[in-house]
Design a protein around this ligand. Structure first.
Ligand code: AMP
Ligand code: GLY
Length: 428
């Protein structure tokens, strides 16, 4: 069969590679793709991931047997609905279900209504009301979140009133995230190790993937600005079997059931961002899609044919599938452009990659690259995701870092402490 993947980052590169391992797959197309993906899938169609009409027309031309919609914005905009209406088989939630990521107010109200553990919160529509609330409260730090999508940057942890006022001003008055900031959620600040758990679900069964840990801040020691993610490891050593059972009972199944009760059956990959607090695991956020860069460490550990899983989800018989994982660990180090997540240059030549954009002993997922005349050039803030597997976390990290040191471009930047804290908790 032929598969069309929508998206163009490291996550989509990881999906393309896993899909290419399926014996059932003949051809893979990807739009918009990137330099690395273009070595493994047909790209260059000139259709953006958010262009719903463009993607439907492309699908009509290519006639794929399955379309995998990976990024949040097309899912929230209803790309899966449009593709289904045009008669295509899809992987990803429809618009009604993708709201679980598209609106923080929706997801917080859902958790409250169905008793799913999460941070306490208040919702505000009017800047005057939120300013009064943050002035009157003595519970600092407070967490301020824009309601809608904001490229992972719509969350501010304000240490004091001044920082909270600045956040409200930029989100609600200056509208730095556009209409995403018309409403805000002000949340209780939680502490504890963070775990990402991506789950396959057809809206009936829930099958968690191997757990992982993201590193969101730009600099070593969890300092600097929040980014889209600077590195990941899997499995997450803080996520014990006991905690996994508790999450299934109190969080995963109740969420799927809650979505069904609201007539919003979720089919696809549901991402649970969890914090393991002293009161038990709590939901920090839901994403309606594979995480980036979590996918880059989770999918290399998947043994089962991903096409079988995706088709079972579409056909709503996921419970019939036995999903197997390698008993190994994976680590991914993101090489970013100097300046990211703020201003950075693009078009810089990348050294240290082979003709396929790869390096020895590791897989290099491309996040933001362009391929031109035999060379790879930077084309984004996060550029490469250097990923290794190993018999344990230390082995995976050592292999990934030795490859990272051999890859370079002008002003490249990466964190040197990915997995460091996890290693201290790891007994494998
Ligand atoms: P998000 O964009 O929702 O993933 O949030 C970004 C990061 O902000 C999360 O990974 C957490 O580290 C942090 N965060 C979000 N909500 C809270 C909270 N209620 N308490 C503490 N940290 C939070
Ligand atoms: N790694 C966080 C996300 O995909 O949103």
């Amino acid at each position: 069969m032929n598969v069309l993947v929508i998206g163009g980052g490291g996550r989509e590169h990881a999906l393309v590679m896993k899909i290419s391992q399926s014996k059932k797959v003949d051809k893979i197309f990807c739009t918009p793709g990137n330099g690395g993906i273009s070595q493994y899938a047909q790209t260059g169609f000139g259709v953006k991931a958010t262009d719903i009409d463009g993607v439907v027309s492309l699908a009509k031309k290519l006639r794929p047997d399955l379309v995998v919609v990976a990024p949040d914005d097309p899912l929230v905009l209803g790309m899966v609905d449009a593709l289904n209406e045009a008669g295509f088989v899809t992987f990803g939630p429809d618009k009604a279900a993708a709201i679980i990521e598209g609106s923080k107010v929706f997801s917080k109200d859902l958790m409250k209504k169905y008793n799913i553990p999460t941070a306490g919160y208040e919702v505000f529509n009017d800047p005057a009301d939120v300013l009064k609330y943050i002035t009157d409260t003595d519970k600092y730090p407070v967490v301020i979140k824009a309601d809608g999508l904001a490229l992972g940057k719509g969350v501010v942890i304000a240490q004091n009133l001044e920082e909270a006022q600045d956040a409200v001003k930029s989100i609600m008055e200056d509208k730095v995230f556009g209409e995403s900031g018309s409403q805000v959620v002000v949340e209780e600040f939680l502490t504890g190790p963070e775990v990402s758990v991506l789950c396959f679900t057809d809206g009936i069964a829930v099958k968690p993937m191997v757990s992982s840990m993201d590193h969101k801040r730009a600099l070593d020691g969890d300092l600097g600005l929040n980014t889209g993610g600077m590195g990941t490891i899997a499995p997450n050593p803080y996520y014990t079997d006991k905690i996994a059972d508790e999450c299934m009972e109190k969080i995963f199944l109740p969420t799927i059931n809650a979505m069904n009760s609201e007539n919003r059956r979720f089919k696809g990959c549901l991402y649970f961002g969890l914090m393991l607090t002293s009161d038990g695991p709590k939901v920090i956020e839901y994403n309606c899609r594979f995480g980036d860069p979590e996918t880059q460490v989770v999918l290399p550990l998947l043994e089962t044919d991903i096409i079988d899983i995706m088709m079972a989800i579409y056909n709503e018989n996921l419970s019939d599938i036995d999903i197997r994982w390698k008993n190994e660990a994976a680590a991914c180090v993101v090489i970013a452009s100097g300046g990211y997540p703020k201003k950075y240059e693009t078009g810089l030549k990348i050294d240290g990659l082979d003709a396929m954009g790869q390096a020895e002993n590791v897989f290099v997922y491309h996040a933001g690259t362009r391929y031109d005349d035999g060379c790879f050039y930077t084309a984004g803030g996060r550029v490469l995701n250097v990923t290794a597997t190993g018999e344990n976390l230390k082995a995976a990290l050592d292999t990934a870092y030795s490859a990272v040191e051999k890859i370079s471009f002008d002003k490249c930047h990466y964190r040197r402490d990915i997995g460091k804290r996890a290693l201290m908790a790891d007994n494998s």
